[in-house]
Design a binder for this molecule. Structure first.
Ligand code: NI
Length: 259
């Protein structure tokens, strides 16, 4: 059976409360060997760690503060908590962080402060940084470029942008996280990804959000990463097996796991 890796899934979300274990087991049964869990904020840590403890060979927690949770009154406290957790144990990555200009432009300044600080922690800990760049590719590229001193690596999760932006991300040592949006009929991703080297692509679901076709609009789950692999195979004119093998190898390399 093919092995796949879901590099970005919020499987601790309350949306999975009714059937979380069954859902994770479905993914494992579908060949999804590893699921990487990006943190949101102080409110998601306990549930994330509980899920990791329940599936220690399959679920891997990451520590960070999501740009959507960067608020003037609380972000310093939130960052202090992230820093404390980062110092207490090993993590798979730092994130998710980045900048979101879709939901709230008013917090751009503090989103940048939060992102820059998490970039520094990722470098110090030699961990990949997981970047959310919704409507902010240029802003994120600027901070990544400023922070790149040879130690920085990571993933632009849920990549959406031009080929030129994709190549700048790759030149900065990053990979592109590709999920369900690739399957949407109006997506411009297929034409961009046709030109992007396969060595720089990893798969993700962003579950419970962004379900691939034919589940669009419904709850997403890690087993559906196979549908993203199938679509990418079509785009790259390769077999799904070849896509699975390459993206799994890429993810293991990014997360520093011996294959
Ligand atoms: Ni996410």
């Amino acid at each position: 059976m093919q092995t796949l890796i879901d590099t970005h899934a919020h499987l601790y979300s309350g949306k999975f409360d009714p059937d979380r274990s069954e859902m994770v087991q479905r993914a494992i049964d579908a060949g999804v060997s590893r699921m990487y869990l990006p943190n949101i904020d102080a409110g998601s840590i306990d549930a994330m760690l509980a899920l990791e403890a329940a599936f220690p060979e399959h679920c891997f927690a990451m520590m960070g503060l999501h740009p959507g949770s960067v608020q003037p009154d609380t972000y310093e406290q939130e960052l202090a908590l992230v820093e404390k957790h980062l110092g207490e144990r090993a993590w798979a990555g730092v994130g998710e962080t980045g900048i979101d200009l879709y939901w709230d432009k008013s917090t751009l300044d503090i989103q940048k402060i939060s992102f820059a600080r998490q970039i520094e922690w990722a470098k110090d800990l030699q961990l990949p940084v997981i970047i959310h760049s919704r409507e902010s590719n240029e802003e994120c590229l600027e901070l990544v470029s400023a922070g790149q001193d040879g130690r920085l690596r990571g993933i632009f999760h849920c990549f959406s942008g031009t080929l030129e932006q994709a190549m700048r991300m790759i030149d900065l040592g990053f990979m592109l996280g590709i999920g369900g949006t690739l399957t949407y009929s109006k997506s411009t991703l297929p034409e961009v990804l046709r030109e992007v080297p396969l060595e720089s692509i990893v798969l993700e679901t962003d579950a419970p959000y962004l379900s691939p076709v034919p589940h669009r609009g419904k709850r997403n789950e890690s087993a559906y990463v196979a549908l993203v692999a199938e679509k990418l195979a079509e785009v790259k004119a390769l077999t799904t097996e070849e896509i699975a093998r390459a993206t799994t190898r890429n993810a293991l390399r990014m997360f520093g796991v011996e294959a």
